[in-house]
Design a binder for this molecule. Structure first.
Ligand code: PLP
Length: 415
């Protein structure tokens, strides 16, 4: 493995780096800072006790409460928190280069509130890009994605007032057919759409399925349409590139110009760690110049956000290192394939993409009692057709075994 930034660090090295970074931020106690509407966490509620905090870099980050407002890979940003901004910059570069195979120093990004924000940020950028560079009218722009896409894409469509086209997938393969895709593109074209924002899934929320990017590229080129592609790896970003070495959804593909990857899904980071990465030169399309009180202005959707989030993700990745991370994913992969074998033995119908840790079972095989007992998640709470199991860190073979035993006992096939 040829990692440029991602190298395993010892706990001491991690601690040192975080404390050094925090020391390079503003110090409200020792410095005389009167103008910023920010401070450390409330001292009556959150202990500032040195003996308690000195072994706890993440807790210290929370207590010191650095603000990471804005986007720090662009150059100019708030100097008060430049120490911890540097950690976020390194994290973005690690994701862009070592996970997504981009060239060094060619990508911008930030730690967004979640995958929802990162997806909206991407669509916002491309909408404005088409308006600015092609004088597109909003009604000539549309979002295109599969019907298995996350609902954050619908939010983006609603907020940004651009239409969305959802392509049906085949029930069992969860793949779009080329026919369906090109006929939908032709229909949209006929109704005046000329600029397409593609949301290409790297593991969908319900199925863990991965879209075929070449299908999009082929069909959109054949239709002679301008398009930009964003990869939604909110679920899969920290999983799929590792589980599938031949994963094509990365920056080696020149059509991919931005990616979402959530650390609060598979990387077990605190909520508020949706990572947005975009090719340099695109963030400017959403720069809000009215953000005049923020140094470097603001090119993000969110505004103020906690620096502790970026620190948490950086710590997780550095603590495991790339090999540790690969081992972690490897174990989940092994559990998932063990579980699939058991389902096959029981002749239960399910969807599972190799290199994924989501197993989605047809609802007729599972009685309501089991759904409740094992906390399975349906595709639709009103009329479930599928239930999913997500093999996370806590989902051990022991636990999966109990589920299989329960299924065997229930002998329930509701066909
Ligand atoms: C979870 C998820 C999102 C949304 O992420 P949040 O962090 O919940 O906002 C977007 N896309 C996919 C594929 C997801 O799985």
């Amino acid at each position: 493995m040829n990692m440029k930034i991602w190298k395993k660090k010892t706990q001491d090295e991690i601690k040192q780096r975080i404390f050094d970074a925090l020391n390079n931020n503003v110090n409200y106690t020792s410095q005389n800072v009167l103008g910023i509407p920010a401070s450390y966490l409330d001292e009556e509620v959150f202990s500032q006790d040195e003996t308690f905090l000195k072994e706890a870099p993440f807790m210290t980050s929370l207590v010191k409460n650095p603000n990471h407002i804005g986007c720090h890979t662009l150059g100019d940003s708030e100097g008060y928190f430049s120490g911890t901004h540097a950690i976020e910059k390194e994290l973005i570069e690690l994701c862009a280069v070592d996970i997504l195979k981009g060239k060094p120093s060619k990508y911008d990004g930030y730690v967004a509130s979640g995958g929802t924000e990162a997806n909206i940020q991407a669509i916002w950028i491309y909408r404005n890009y088409f308006i600015k560079e092609y004088q597109a009218r909003p009604d000539e722009i549309c979002i295109i994605c599969s019907e298995d896409s996350h609902y954050s894409v619908d939010k983006a469509s609603n907020l940004l007032v651009i239409d969305i086209i959802k392509i049906k997938v085949e029930q069992d393969s969860r793949l779009m057919t080329e026919n369906e895709l090109s006929s939908q593109i032709e229909l949209a074209k006929a109704s005046g759409k000329q600029f397409f924002i593609v949301i290409c899934n790297m593991m969908t929320t319900m199925f863990g399925s991965v879209d075929d990017i070449d299908q999009y590229v082929t069909c959109l080129k054949a239709a002679d349409i301008e398009f930009r592609i964003h990869v939604d790896g909110a679920f899969g970003g920290f999983y799929y590139p590792i589980a599938n070495k031949n994963n094509p959804l990365n920056f080696k593909n020149k059509h991919i110009t931005s990616v979402t990857l959530d650390a609060h899904k598979m990387a077990q980071a605190p909520y508020g760690t949706g990572i947005f990465i975009v090719k340099k030169g695109l963030m400017k399309y959403v720069r809000t110049e009215a953000a005049s009180y923020v140094k470097g202005q603001d090119s993000t959707l969110i505004g103020s956000r906690s620096g502790a989030n970026a620190i948490a993700v950086w710590m997780i990745l550095m603590k495991h290192g790339p090999y540790g991370w690969f081992e972690k994913i490897y174990i989940l992969q092994k559990r998932a394939s063990w579980f699939c074998q058991q389902l096959e033995k029981l002749k239960i119908n399910f969807y599972h993409l190799p290199s994924s840790n989501i197993i989605t079972i047809k609802s007729e095989y599972i009685c309501p009692k089991i759904v409740k007992k094992f906390g399975l998640v349906p595709d639709n709470h009103v009329k479930p057709k599928w239930y999913k199991i997500v093999v996370m860190s806590h989902v051990s073979i022991e636990k999966l075994h109990q589920f299989i035993d329960a299924i065997k006992q229930s002998k329930w096939v509701n066909k």
